[in-house]
Design a protein around this ligand. Structure first.
Ligand code: PFF
Length: 453
């Protein structure tokens, strides 16, 4: 059997897991999804979901991973001999490809924007010009695909490097750098004239806008942002040594991820309002608003490229975790070499990203329920596959192997007995039931047709 590798320290694990969690989901997606859903009330619902469902399922994944030291398919097989539960692991591999198919596209945009901002191409305060440039770029049939390919190659390169030299090393320094830059940009954004309206929008709850659709988006966003529901955290947990406490680490990861999402909102929404832009404008929000902030700030020509470099890095430390789920399965279960299976999976991911990118441009006429390929992949993964996967993981941990789970939960720290009981109650009842209710009512093709709605 090949040496699977382990995180070199608790700090190394926290940085790698936070690296997986913190990514495009926090900085690119969170502000525009919050903007679309009315700001403050979305933020509160999101925080409530992270603290309850999010934390309980993150712990379930980490505990299963550390207990078995296996990829998700192998982990579930090892804990229980039934043949159905490992399906959760296989579903995770499919979900990894679904997410990668569009993740590398958007990550490719960030690569392109490094160059565009460094050469001064974006140095204008004219919002229409910036919007036009963004649209022209993402609808181009070739350029974004080239960048997506480049980004996929980078992802493959890190994963081939392995757990310590690739995954951990890339996160150790880059995550703290990202954090510092986000804080600088928050300060700049908040001190823009007219920023107060954005702050107010982001923090003041507006309950009249909240429907089950809002809640499902908040729940999907929480799963996506925390990398939950597809075995990523289980895989990362499997590289934690058996004697290390996972609860504290899990807590740190969730806190860091949530902090960066909230800070991204603070960084972007006040600027949106200061420039009189529409917070609900969607995926272009970050790429159009921030260049305007940079154009107005002293040193913007440095901060601009720096920001896009860090955004690309945040995306990279997440995309490697998606690919690692696939690699860990092939290495553990089928005995492939890390190098070969990672390259093969990278090629598949690249092929799948082509329709995603084209669906924004020359294939924009090909839609299903009004959604293009990229939107369909995002909807499927975020609002369906991750929550269902999370529910299945909670049910497995809570009902199939509860005794073992509680023991493992406390393994690194015997004082955690009380918390373990609360956790068990959450993974048995609260989280699965809450997910089911939100899914049933919030899915646009299901909720409105149910008799009680
Ligand atoms: N959490 C990442 C982000 O917020 O960008 C995306 C992601 C990574 C989702 C890994 C799921 C996953 F397994």
């Amino acid at each position: 059997m090949q040496d699977r590798g382990n995180w070199s320290s608790k700090f190394g694990f926290i940085m790698a897991a936070a690296g997986s969690a913190i990514g495009l989901g926090n900085i690119w997606k969170f502000p525009y999804v919050a903007g679309k859903n009315g700001g403050g009330s979305f933020l509160l619902i999101y925080l409530a979901i992270v603290a309850t469902i999010g934390f309980s399922i993150l712990m379930a994944e980490l505990v299963i991973g550390r207990a078995t030291q296996r990829n998700p398919v192998g982990a579930l097989k090892r804990l229980q001999s039934g043949k159905w539960w490992p399906l959760i692991g296989y579903a995770g591999i499919v979900t990894a490809f679904v997410i990668l198919s569009y993740y590398v596209v958007v990550a490719g945009w960030t690569l392109a924007y490094i160059g565009k901002s460094a050469t001064g191409l974006l140095a204008t305060t004219d919002g229409d010009a910036l919007g036009g440039m963004f649209t022209a770029f993402i609808t181009d049939p070739l350029e974004p695909i080239v960048y997506a390919g480049l980004f996929t190659a980078l992802t493959v390169w890190v994963v081939v490097g392995g757990v310590n030299q690739g995954l951990e090393r890339s996160c150790r320094y880059l995550m703290p750098a990202l954090f510092i830059l986000v804080i600088i940009l928050c300060i700049r954004s908040l001190t823009l004239e007219g920023a107060g309206a954005g702050w107010d929008f982001f923090t003041r709850p507006k309950w009249e806008y909240v429907t089950f659709q809002t809640v499902i988006e908040a729940m999907g966003q929480a799963f996506f942002s925390l990398s939950l529901g597809m075995g990523t955290m289980m895989t990362y947990g499997s590289y934690i040594s058996r004697d290390s406490d996972v609860v504290e680490s899990g807590f740190s990861v969730i806190t860091l991820d949530t902090l960066i999402a909230v800070l991204a909102g603070v960084m972007i929404l006040p600027a949106v309002f200061a420039f009189g832009m529409d917070p609900g404008q969607g995926p272009g929000l970050t790429f159009i608003t921030l260049p305007r902030v940079f154009a107005q700030m002293t040193g913007g020509i440095v901060f601009g490229p720096l920001f896009f470099i860090l955004l690309a890095i945040a995306a990279l430390t997440s995309s490697v975790s998606l690919l690692e789920v696939v690699t860990a399965y092939f290495v553990d279960e089928l005995g492939w070499t890390r190098r070969n299976c990672t390259i093969a999976a990278g090629v598949v991911a690249f092929v799948l990203c082509i329709p995603s990118s084209l669906s924004l441009g020359i294939w924009s006429d090909h839609t299903l329920f009004g959604l293009g390929f990229l939107d369909i992949m995002d909807f499927l993964a975020t609002n369906l596959m991750l929550p269902i996967g999370g529910m299945a993981i909670a049910l497995f941990a809570g009902w199939v192997v509860p005794k073992q789970m509680v023991e493992e939960f406390c393994a690194g720290n015997p004082k955690l007995g009380g918390l373990a009981k609360v956790w068990l109650f959450f993974i048995r009842f609260v989280s699965p039931i809450a997910i089911l209710i939100v899914l049933l009512n919030g899915l646009p093709f299901l909720g409105p047709y149910l008799p009680w709605n």
